[in-house]
Ligand binder design. Structure first.
Ligand code: 2AM
Ligand code: CA
Length: 264
C-alpha cells in the first residue's frame, strides 16, 4: 500500500470538494431533515458524498467507503482499507451560518487509522495527519500537547449534555462546567477535534457521535498525543454511534474519573 500516494490523492480530493461546497452558495440549496426535524441534510451533503465515492471507487476499487449519507458500503467489520467520510460535518452550521463546518475523512486499514483530514472549508484551514508522521495545520506541524489541569482547561461541549439527558448524569456535567476555565460549542465534532489537536480548546466531549464524525480527527488527535476514547475509556469501535471524549493527557483521565458518569 503506497500511503504517500493515497495521502496526496485524498488531499486533492478534499480540496476539490471544498471548492464545490464554496461554489454551492451561489446555487439553490435544498434542506431536508433526517431522523428528526433538527437533523438536517442538504443536496450538497449528498452530492459531495457521491463525488467522493465515484472517485474512490474508480481509482481504488478494492477500498470500502463509509459515508454519513449512506451512498457508500455497508460495513460490519473493519477489515481492509476503509475511507470514513463525513462530506459536511456541521450541516446545521452550513445551513444557518455558512461557516463552521468541515469535510472530515479518516482512512483506516484493518481498524488502524493511517490518514486523517479535517478541512475547515470557509477558513481554508486544512488539518491532516499520517500515522507516525505527525499532524499538520496547513503546512505547519502541530506540537505535542502538554498536560493542562481542569481549572485551566477550555472544554468543547454542547449545552444538550448539561441539560438532563438519557446518556449521562447531568449534575456531574454541571460540576465539570463549574470547575473548568470555560466552555465552547462550535457545532461540528470535526472542528472541535481539530481545535483540541491544535490547542485552541483542551477537550471535547459528546454523548452521540458516529464513525465518520471522529475517524479523521482521531488520527490527527493521536499524532499530537491527545487521548481519544468513548466515555467508558475504551477505544471507539467505529461501527456505530457512541459516546466520545478527546482531551489532553491527564485532563482526559480527570474528566472520566471525576465528572463523567454514564447511565446504564
Ligand atoms: P453532522 O453535522 O454531520 O450531523 C453537532 O453537535 C455535531 O454532532 C456535528 O458534528 C454533527 O454532525 C454531530 N451530530 C449531530 N446530530 C447527531 C446525531 N444524531 N448522531 C450523531 N452525530 C450527530
Ligand atoms: Ca454530516
Amino acid at each position: 500500500m503506497n500511503w504517500d500516494n493515497i495521502d496526496r490523492y485524498a488531499k486533492s480530493l478534499i480540496k476539490e470538494a471544498g471548492h464545490k461546497i464554496r461554489n454551492s452558495f451561489f446555487t439553490q440549496i435544498n434542506i431536508d431533515s433526517k431522523a428528526d426535524a433538527n437533523d438536517l441534510v442538504t443536496n450538497i451533503d449528498r452530492e459531495i458524498e457521491q463525488f467522493f465515492i465515484s472517485r474512490i471507487k474508480r481509482d481504488f476499487p478494492d477500498h470500502k467507503i463509509v459515508g454519513e449519507e449512506g451512498f457508500g458500503d455497508k460495513v460490519e467489520v473493519l477489515d481492509g482499507v476503509i475511507w470514513m467520510l463525513d462530506p459536511i460535518d456541521g450541516t446545521m452550521n452550513f445551513v444557518h451560518q455558512k461557516r463552521n463546518f468541515a469535510v472530515s475523512l479518516g482512512i483506516y486499514i484493518d481498524g488502524i487509522g493511517m490518514l486523517g483530514y479535517i478541512y475547515d472549508v470557509m477558513r481554508d484551514d486544512f488539518y491532516s495527519a499520517a500515522k507516525g508522521k505527525g499532524a499538520y495545520l496547513n503546512d505547519e506541524r502541530l506540537p505535542q500537547l502538554e498536560i493542562t489541569p481542569l481549572e485551566q482547561a477550555v472544554i468543547g461541549i454542547s449545552a444538550s449534555w448539561i441539560a438532563p439527558n438519557r446518556y449521562a448524569d447531568h449534575e456531574k456535567m454541571i460540576e465539570l462546567v463549574r470547575h473548568c476555565r470555560g466552555t465552547r460549542s462550535y457545532g461540528s465534532a470535526a472542528i472541535e477535534m481539530a481545535y483540541v489537536a491544535s490547542g485552541r480548546i483542551d477537550a471535547y466531549i459528546s454523548m452521540r457521535l458516529s464513525p465518520w464524525d471522529i475517524a479523521g480527527g482521531m488520527v490527527i488527535a493521536q499524532e499530537v498525543g491527545a487521548v481519544t476514547t468513548n466515555m467508558k475509556g475504551e477505544a471507539p469501535h467505529l461501527l456505530g454511534q457512541e459516546t466520545f471524549v478527546v482531551a489532553r493527557p491527564g485532563l482526559h483521565e480527570e474528566m472520566l474519573t471525576n465528572y463523567i458518569h454514564l447511565k446504564d
